[in-house]
Design a protein. Structure first.
Length: 286
């Protein structure tokens, strides 16, 4: 990205696009997993009485937009979505005018973005006042079993280990990201999905089918030793003859600021001093 701090280049965006383009032909193989994750995110709409009229699906890979349309919301897509008006766009350079939508849903589409605060700012600017952002991204702990097996196996074989799985944010940092991007009432919570695989190779195939192959900028581009992946997959823990895989999804909710939203009281505006409040409680206990 022009003008970006070189330290922000955690991911190879060209590789991300190649992986996503290739996955457009295979993503149906993991549609159930993507749909489950999307449903968990979109279900948060049931917690508000607000009625949304115009929504944007950012990179929902064909599962989010139909869910929004089923709720009667006019929906546009940033990325492929059959039967839905769509544009091809980079999550780091969104082409939408200010205040274009009152709902934006980004289900598992922002975790390969180098400048995540910048992308969140663009999403906030594309929302009308009092518009809602729903976003999910893998949090720390996702694919922990696979990460440990790959790292330990490579270290044992070569004496070192290259990054092979994307770094994921800590849940505690996610609400701060929303606040930093200017969202009001930011909330971050976690949804945990547990998958069981009979064949460890199927896990690697699913990651590839979803477009989640390694795109870390500092990845080792050399062909690994032939025995590396078989040994790493054998090192995966087993649960009743299955390979357990953990997906910890950070679910982010934030509102575009609006005058109608609740505001914290100004410092010094309280009508009762804290000392008086505790003194009253002590008297009540007596």
């Amino acid at each position: 990205m022009v003008g970006m701090d070189p330290g922000m280049h955690v991911f190879d965006r060209r590789a991300v696009r190649r992986h996503r383009d290739r996955a457009a032909r295979t993503v149906d193989a993991v549609a159930d997993i993507l749909s489950d994750a999307a449903e968990r995110l979109i279900d948060r709409l049931d917690d508000t009485s607000f009625r949304f009229a115009r929504a944007l699906d950012v990179g929902g890979r064909g599962v989010v937009a139909p869910m929004l349309r089923a709720r009667g919301i006019e929906t546009f897509a940033c990325g492929p979505a059959a039967g839905i008006p769509a544009v091809a766009a980079d999550e780091e350079f969104l082409p939408f005018a200010r205040e274009s939508f009152d709902l934006i849903v980004a289900s598992l589409s922002l975790h390969w973005v180098n400048d995540l605060p910048g992308a969140l700012i663009q999403l906030r600017m594309a929302l009308r006042p009092d518009g809602l952002l729903l976003a999910s991204l893998p949090a720390l702990g996702t694919l922990a079993e696979l990460r440990a097996a790959l790292t330990e196996t490579e270290a044992a074989m070569t004496g070192g280990a290259a990054p092979r799985i994307s770094p994921f944010p800590d849940l505690r940092d996610c609400a701060g990201l929303l606040q930093r991007a200017g969202f009001a009432l930011p909330v971050a919570d976690v949804e945990e999905m547990r998958l069981l695989y009979a064949d460890p190779l199927a896990l690697l195939r699913d990651l590839r089918a979803a477009g989640e192959a390694n795109a870390v900028a500092l990845r080792d581009r050399r062909i690994p030793p032939r025995a590396f992946f078989p040994r790493a997959l054998l090192a995966l823990p087993r649960q009743e003859d299955r390979i357990p895989v953990t997906l910890r999804l950070a679910m982010l909710t934030g509102w575009a600021p609006a005058p109608s939203q609740p505001r914290p009281l100004a410092p010094g505006s309280a009508s009762v001093r804290l000392a008086e409040f505790f003194n009253r409680e002590d008297q009540d206990l007596d």
